[in-house]
Design a binder for this molecule. Structure first.
Ligand code: CA
Length: 232
């Protein structure tokens, strides 16, 4: 299937060049020149990759990155940046871009980066688990519910990931302490209970049934069961 790329670039000559070049490579290419319009388009259509200029009319490329990731969209993003300052590049990557290329760039280098990012994305380096309407991306450490990002602490995230990757299996408090906090840390079991309470509350805020996904197994520990949610 033809892979779809969205080029967001306000300099027409660059945009035109990119479109022609990438179409020759066999991609289907759309071009947008305005930041706000590009974001609306990204939210309503599916692309396999975004090539994103930073300085744009409307919202800038950084803001687009931030909004796209906030909504749990994991499309690969390559920033086209005229800036060589490291800080600018790091900001883009922090906001969720996968890669960047500095203008002026060689078409060959860009094509190689596009192929590499598509490959990386398609081979599933993003580990994604789904339960109910939730989606857990353990690569990005993101939990979303119907596309809405849920704010978890790193501890809550690791705890949830431990459960989701061991569905239907009772995990003892000791196992959870080892898995989430590390085996060289000595903590009370209570810290597990407290964090599970927080986690249940955050899940339930988006889906009331989800509070029952993590079951307390008396005298043993906890078990993650998405299936039995409505029997509790
Ligand atoms: Ca620009």
């Amino acid at each position: 299937m033809q892979e779809r790329i969205l080029v967001v670039e306000d300099e027409e000559s660059i945009a035109r060049g990119l479109k022609g070049d990438l179409e020759l490579e066999g991609y289907s290419v759309d071009v947008m020149t305005d930041g706000d319009e590009a974001l609306s388009r990204i939210l309503e259509q599916t692309y396999d990759l975004l090539l994103l200029d930073i300085m744009l009319p409307g919202i800038d490329g950084y803001e687009i990155c931030r909004e796209v990731r906030k909504r749990g969209i994991s499309v690969p993003i390559i920033c086209l940046t005229a800036k060589t300052q490291e800080a600018e590049i790091i900001l883009g990557l922090d906001l969720g871009a996968d890669d960047y290329i500095t203008k002026p760039f060689s078409p060959r280098e860009l094509r190689a980066r596009i192929r590499a990012n598509l490959r990386k994305h398609n081979t599933g380096e993003n580990q994604i688990s789904r339960f109910g309407d939730f989606k857990l991306n353990t690569t990005r450490m993101e939990l979303t519910h119907n596309g809405t990002l849920i704010q978890l602490t790193p501890t809550e995230f690791k705890l949830l990931a431990a459960f989701v990757t061991h569905p239907g299996i009772v995990l003892t408090r000791d196992q959870l302490l080892d898995e989430v906090w590390g085996s060289d840390v000595f903590l009370s079991d209570r810290v597990v209970d407290t964090n599970i309470a927080y986690l249940r509350k955050k899940l339930a805020a988006h889906d009331s049934q989800a509070r029952h996904y993590i079951k307390t197994i008396r005298g043993a520990g906890y078990r993650f069961d998405e299936q039995l949610a409505d029997l509790s």
